[in-house]
Design a protein around this ligand. Structure first.
Ligand code: DHB
Length: 391
């Protein structure tokens, strides 16, 4: 009898513990942030993690009365790992939303899981145009390569450039950049030759030799964030910095994280993109200052702003849904607009891509540092690939 009573009491205590554990778990809204924190694309992971943490530090970790818990996972830049981590975060941690996704293959791998589990996935980095079509639960706060690139073709054709060689990393975003540039530039009467370099361990020198032989007015380059310094080193080794060939492209090659280390060779490069650390606005000044203070020795690049805005989108979405994830959260994110450090932005409700200004920039030395200094603005640019499909 006594024994049974004892067991009963212990059982009741265990049940109470289990219930309060479940209640606690329900109260915390979990965000799974999957990023390449190690490997060749670790700069993207570092930038996004730093920006996401800064956002939480500034805005607090409670939204709509619910505690927010950020769970950061390193996929090492391998798509199978991204997929496994997404599965574990959905099944074991019961995340409300996943985010991050440092490269196109890493964003595509978990897309079927987002659809099956109805878990929104906020793409903060990857930029191949088609990514948002892989799941109705994907929303993007980075950019698309065609969005950043078409304005480059227009600038080149208006500025006396007639013959261009394109050199791109041979995968989704590089091919998007090549096609967008070639299509828009040849439509204006320009002449283009296309070269593609492998994504993994790229050796640019044989391609740069071809560029030196072809003597174009400009070399258009796309390499993913973090790789620009390697490219620039070989550009100098091949003597292309003294050849009069102008360096142009979307802004990934002169990414703010590594631009300062490139030295004077980068001066004068013209790029088109959505973010520069030198963007002149009160929101950006505050963002850059806070980012530098929280991360000594680092300067935010376009990946950081994708992470910062991605967190903003998640927070504002959760405010609208009172902490609910799923369909309600993705619906709440559609059409959202705000002032980002990059300028005014909104989420296109049809495509779940970001609509934003694209700036034309030139690398200049300012206060002893190299910056992409913006000198022209193309306002409210949509992804042109999806815009063309919709017409
Ligand atoms: C992608 C990755 C990058 O680092 C970048 O600058 C642009 C695009 C991508 O894989 O989608």
């Amino acid at each position: 009898m006594r024994r049974r009573t004892f067991l009963g009491a212990a059982g009741a205590a265990a049940v109470t513990l289990a219930v309060s554990g479940a209640a606690l778990a329900q109260e915390a809204v979990k965000i799974g942030l999957i990023l390449p924190m190690t490997g060749p694309f670790a700069s993207t992971g570092r930038q996004i993690e730093a920006a996401a943490k800064l956002y939480m530090q500034q805005q607090g970790d409670t939204v709509g009365g619910k505690k927010i818990q950020l769970i950061v996972k390193d996929d090492t830049g391998v798509a199978d790992v991204t997929k496994r981590l997404a599965q574990e975060l959905i099944v074991n941690d019961k995340i409300a939303v996943m985010a991050g996704f440092g490269l196109t293959p890493l964003a595509l791998a978990p897309a079927p899981l987002a659809t099956q589990a109805k878990v929104p996935a906020v793409v903060m980095a990857a930029a191949t145009a088609t990514i948002t079509e892989a799941s109705p639960f994907i929303v993007r706060t980075s950019f698309t390569l065609p969005q950043a690139t078409v304005p480059m073709a227009e600038w080149a054709s208006q500025n006396g450039i007639k013959k261009v060689v394109t050199l791109v990393s041979d995968y989704g975003p590089g091919i998007d950049a090549e096609k967008a540039f070639t299509g828009a530039f040849t439509a204006k009467g320009g002449q283009v030759e296309n070269l593609r370099v492998p994504l993994a361990n790229p050796d640019f020198s044989p391609f740069l030799q071809k560029v030196a032989d072809a003597k174009p007015d400009a070399l258009f380059v796309f390499v993913p964030s973090g790789i620009g310094a390697q490219f620039m080193k070989q550009f100098v080794e091949r003597g292309l910095d003294k050849s009069g060939v102008k360096l142009i492209g979307p802004g990934d090659v002169t990414d703010d994280d590594i631009l300062n280390g490139m030295g004077d060779v980068a001066l004068g490069a013209i790029t088109t993109q959505h973010y520069s650390a030198s963007h002149d606005s009160p929101e950006n000044k505050a963002f850059v200052e806070a980012f530098k203070k929280a991360n000594p020795g680092m300067r935010p690049n376009f990946m950081a702003v994708g992470g910062y805005d991605g967190m903003h989108l998640i927070y504002e979405g959760l405010k609208k849904t009172n902490g609910q994830g799923g369909q309600a959260l993705i619906d709440a994110m559609k059409g959202m607009s705000w002032t980002s450090p990059r300028g005014p932005v909104s989420i296109d409700p049809q495509t779940r891509d970001i609509i934003q200004n694209i700036y034309v920039r030139k690398v200049e030395r300012k206060d002893g540092e190299l910056y992409n200094v913006e000198f022209a603005t193309i306002p409210n640019v949509k992804d042109p690939v999806k815009a063309a499909k919709a017409n």
